[in-house]
Design a binder for this molecule. Structure first.
Ligand code: SF4
Ligand code: ZN
Length: 732
C-alpha cells in the first residue's frame, strides 16, 4: 500500500473523528448525555460499533465512550523517511472512520437531519437501513437471486453513463446503494434526471448525498453476520472474516477521490470489500501485507461493472429470454400505473386465467408459442383491454403432476421480471399489464409466451424437456378453458389437502440458509413449510429433482418416536449430520423442547407468554411493540443464527393455519396475540382451521395492537373474551 493512500486514509479518519467529537460535544451540551438514541427498527444499537466491540450505544454519553475506541485506532501519518507497509495503520484508521461516521449519522438523526432530503428535487434518501429490510432480502441472498451488492460513490461523467452502469448492475441482479457526490453532482441526481425508478423494488437505493452515508450500507452488511451468521458481538475477527467470505460487496467510486472517500474506502477494505475507481488512483498492489488487490481502476465505464465483479470473485449467471426489454428480478417490483399502461388483461376487467398442465412428450412441440384468437395481433396492437388465457404445457421424463403448481407459481416472476411488464395474482384472478415503454421497445403478444417458455425451461431444467405455450385471446375460448382450469385447481387443492406428514415417507431439507447460518436446516414437511415462507414440500421435491446435489435433500422420515411432538428417527439422524452435530434432535410440532432452529429470514416469530398460558406471533414488518416488551427486530435478534431457542421460533406465515401448528402444545388455541394485519392476512384459512378445532370465533378472541401492547392488558382482554388458552394445561 502506498504511503500516499495511507496518509489520505489516516488524515480522513482524523478529520471525521474530530467532526464527530465536535458534534457530540454540542449535542451533549444541548440535550444532555442521557438522551437515548436508537436507529429506526434495529436491535443492534450502532451496529458497526456493537459488532466490533459489543458496546451497546444507547445514549449520547455512550457515543462519547465509543468515540474513545475510535481515537485509540488513530495513527500518525507515515513519515517520509521510514518505509514500511502501511496497511495496518490505514485499516485501523478505516475502522475509526466507520465508528466516527456512525456517530455523526446518529447525531444527525437526533437533530432530524436524516434521512436526508435533496433540496432541489425534494427526493428523500433511504437513510439507515432497518433490520426488517435486511430480513426481507435475506432469502434472495441465500438462494442466489441477489448475488451481491455494489456501493456507488460519486457521480458518473454523464447522466447516460450513470444509467448504463446501474442498468448493468440491475440486469445482474446486484443490489446497488448510492451515496456521495463529485463536483456537486451524484448518481442519484443523474438517475432522477433520467426518470429511473429508485428504491428497494428496483434494487437501487440512494442512502444519502455524502460519502459518510456509505456507512449505512456497511452497517447493513455487518448485521448479516449478527443476524444470519450467529457471530457474537466483539468477535471482530469472526465478523470481518464472515464479511469477506460471505457478503459479496464491492464499491465503484466515480470521480476523483478525497481524504474522506479514501478513509471510508479503507473501512470497506477492512471488511473485505474491494473498490474500483474511474480516475487515475494509485493502485494498491500486493506488497506482502495485502493478499489481493483491494483497489483498482478502470477508465472505460462499459467495463467497470464487469471488472468490479471479477475483483470480488462473483459468479453470475443470468438467463435472459429473447425479448426486446431488460429482464431480471430487479424489475420484478416495478409498478405500471394506469396512465402508463398500453394494454391489460384480467384483473377482474376481462376474463383471464393461467394454468400449467403436464403432457406426454409427443403431445406438444418444444418452445412453440400458439396464439388463438381472431385478429389477435391486430387487437393487441390497438391496446386497451383483452381477455387472456395462458396455458403452459410441459413434458419431461422427470415431470410429475405435483410439479404443475410449483411451475405455475413461477409465472408471476416469469412475467414480472420483464422491464415494463407487470403481473399480479394467480390462477383465475391474474392480472397482466404491458406498459407503453415496453410496447415501444417492441414487446409483442408472442413475447408473453416466449418468456414463459424460456424461464420454465431455465428454472426447471432437468425436469422439463418440452414447453409449449398457448395464449387464448377470444372471450369464449378463455371462458371455456377457464372451466377446465377451475377443475384442475380444485383437484390440485384436494391433493394438497391430502398430503399430510403421515401420508409421506420423505421430508425435504432446505440448506440454502447455511451459507449465512451454518448450523441452520429447515426440515420441510407436507404440513410445515420453510420458515421463510418461500419453500414448501413440493418445492423441495421439485428442487431435488432438478439438482440432486443441491440445497434440498430428501430426508427418509424413519420411525416416528413421538406423534404428539413430531419426532422422527430420520430427521434426527439427518440433522446431526447436516449441522455437524450442532443439532442433535428436533421436535417438529412444539416450541417448548428442541424446536426447529431459526436462521434469520423467518416471516414470523412465535414467542411464549407464560402469564397468558399461550403464545404470541409477530410478523416481519410489524414495527410496533408486542406484549412481551420486545419489538420484532429485538426479538429476531435473540432467535436467529441457527440456534434452537425453546419458547421462541421462526415460522412461515402459512404454518399458522396448519394442523401441525404447535400440535404438541395444544395448537392454534394457544395463540393469544397477533398484529391486526397478520390476522387479516391469514383470516380465511385460519377461520376454517378454527372451525375444525371447534373454536369458531377464535380469531376475534386473539388480541392485537389495537387492543393491547402489554401483558397486563392482554390478560384482562383474554379473561373478558374467555380465550380458550386460559383453561388449557400450563405450558411451563
Ligand atoms: Fe432458508 Fe429455510 Fe427458506 Fe430454505 S426454507 S431458504 S433454509 S429459511
Ligand atoms: Zn434463512
Amino acid at each position: 500500500m502506498s504511503k500516499l493512500i495511507a496518509s489520505a486514509a489516516i488524515r480522513g479518519a482524523k478529520t471525521l473523528v474530530a467532526q464527530a467529537e465536535e458534534m457530540l460535544e454540542k449535542a451533549i451540551a444541548e440535550k444532555g448525555k442521557d438522551l437515548p438514541f436508537e436507529f429506526p427498527d434495529t436491535a443492534f444499537y450502532l451496529p458497526m460499533i456493537y459488532a466490533m466491540t459489543a458496546f451497546p450505544v444507547k445514549t449520547l454519553g455512550d457515543m462519547k465512550a465509543a468515540l474513545g475506541f475510535a481515537k485509540e485506532l488513530l495513527h500518525d501519518e507515515p513519515e517520509d523517511k521510514v518505509w514500511k507497509p502501511y496497511l495496518g495503520e490505514a485499516l485501523d484508521s478505516g475502522m475509526a472512520t466507520l465508528f466516527a461516521e456512525e456517530i455523526i449519522l446518529a447525531i444527525r438523526y437526533i437533530y432530524g437531519l436524516e434521512p436526508c432530503k435533496d433540496p432541489e428535487t425534494g427526493y428523500v434518501y433511504n437513510g439507515f437501513i432497518s433490520d426488517t429490510i435486511q430480513r426481507n432480502l435475506g432469502i434472495q441472498l441465500v438462494d442466489g437471486t441477489m448475488p451481491g451488492f455494489a456501493a456507488i460513490i460519486g457521480a458518473a461523467p454523464t447522466d447516460d453513463i450513470a444509467v448504463n452502469i446501474v442498468r448493468e448492475l440491475q440486469e445482474k441482479n446486484i443490489l446497488t446503494f448510492l451515496s456521495g457526490q463529485s463536483n456537486g453532482d451524484s448518481v442519484t441526481k443523474q438517475l432522477l434526471r433520467k426518470g429511473v425508478e429508485l428504491g428497494w423494488d428496483s434494487r437501487i437505493v440512494p442512502l444519502g448525498p455524502d460519502t459518510e452515508h456509505t456507512l449505512y450500507a456497511l452497517d447493513w452488511a455487518i448485521r448479516a453476520s449478527l443476524i444470519f451468521g450467529g457471530k457474537k458481538p466483539a468477535d471482530f475477527k469472526g465478523h470481518l472474516k464472515y464479511q469477506k467470505d460471505r457478503v459479496f460487496a464491492f464499491a465503484i467510486v466515480l470521480g476523483p477521490l478525497d481524504d474522506i472517500k479514501w478513509t471510508t474506502g479503507a473501512g470497506a477494505i477492512n471488511m473485505g470489500f474491494p473498490a474500483i475507481g474511474d480516475t487515475d488512483v494509485p493502485v494498491i498492489h500486493p506488497t506482502g501485507v495485502c493478499t489481493y488487490e483491494e483497489v483498482d481502476k478502470e477508465f472505460d465505464h462499459t467495463k467497470i461493472v464487469q471488472k468490479a465483479i471479477e475483483m470480488r470473485g462473483l459468479k453470475i449467471t443470468v438467463e435472459k429470454p429473447p425479448i426486446p426489454v431488460a429482464y431480471g428480478p430487479a424489475f420484478e417490483g416495478e409498478r405500471i400505473r394506469k396512465e402508463d399502461t398500453f394494454i391489460e388483461f384480467g384483473g377482474q376487467r376481462t376474463p383471464a386465467f393461467e394454468l400449467v398442465k403436464m403432457r406426454e412428450m409427443e403431445e406438444i412441440e418444444d418452445n412453440k408459442i400458439i396464439i388463438v384468437g381472431e385478429n389477435a395481433r391486430e387487437r393487441y396492437e390497438k391496446g386497451g383491454q383483452l381477455p387472456l388465457g395462458i396455458l403452459i404445457e410441459v413434458a419431461g421424463r422427470k415431470m410429475q403432476k405435483d410439479f404443475e403448481s410449483v411451475f405455475e407459481r413461477k409465472i408471476h416472476s416469469n412475467i414480472n421480471e420483464a422491464q415494463g411488464v407487470w403481473h399480479m395474482g394467480q390462477r383465475d384472478i391474474n392480472w397482466v399489464r404491458i406498459g407503453n415503454n415496453a410496447k415501444k421497445e417492441g414487446f409483442t403478444l408472442e413475447h408473453l409466451g416466449v418468456l414463459n417458455a424460456t424461464m420454465t425451461h431455465h428454472r426447471f431444467r432437468s425436469i422439463v424437456d418440452k414447453v409449449q405455450v398457448t395464449l387464448f385471446i377470444d372471450e369464449q375460448d378463455v371462458k371455456k378453458h377457464l372451466e377446465e382450469a377451475r377443475v384442475a385447481y380444485r383437484e390440485r387443492d384436494q391433493r394438497l389437502g391430502s398430503l399430510t406428514d403421515e401420508a409421506v415417507d420423505t421430508f425435504y431439507s432446505c440448506l440454502l440458509c447455511q451459507s449465512f447460518a451454518p448450523s441452520h436446516v429447515c426440515v420441510i414437511t407436507p404440513e410445515r413449510l420453510g420458515l421463510c415462507g418461500a419453500y414448501n414440500w413440493l418445492d423441495g421435491k421439485a428442487a431435488y429433482e432438478i439438482d440432486p446435489t443441491g440445497g434440498n435433500q430428501p430426508i427418509a422420515k424413519g420411525e416416528c418416536l413421538d406423534t404428539k411432538y413430531g419426532r422422527y428417527t430420520g430427521s434426527d439422524e439427518y440433522l446431526k449430520k447436516a449441522t455437524g452435530g450442532a443439532v442433535e434432535t428436533l421436535n417438529l410440532y412444539t416450541i417448548m423442547e428442541n424446536p426447529m432452529t431459526s436462521c434469520g429470514c423467518f416471516e414470523c416469530i412465535i414467542a411464549i407468554i407464560p402469564e397468558a398460558n399461550g403464545v404470541m406471533i409477530v410478523h416481519r414488518g410489524h414495527t410496533g411493540m408486542t406484549p412481551i416488551g420486545m419489538k420484532f427486530s429485538t426479538l429476531a435478534g435473540t432467535v436467529g443464527g441457527g440456534a434452537q431457542t425453546p419458547g421462541f421460533m421462526g415460522v412461515g406465515v402459512n404454518f399458522i393455519s396448519s394442523k401441525k401448528f404447535l400440535f404438541g402444545d395444544g395448537g392454534i388455541k394457544r395463540i393469544v396475540w397477533m398484529p391486526k394485519s397478520l390476522k387479516e392476512r391469514i383470516a380465511e384459512d385460519f377461520k376454517k382451521r378454527a372451525e375444525e378445532e371447534g373454536v369458531a370465533g377464535l380469531l376475534d378472541k386473539i388480541a392485537d395492537e389495537t387492543i393491547c401492547e402489554d401483558s397486563e392488558k392482554l390478560l384482562e382482554h383474554l379473561t373478558n373474551v374467555g380465550h380458550p388458552a386460559l383453561a388449557m394445561d400450563p405450558m411451563l
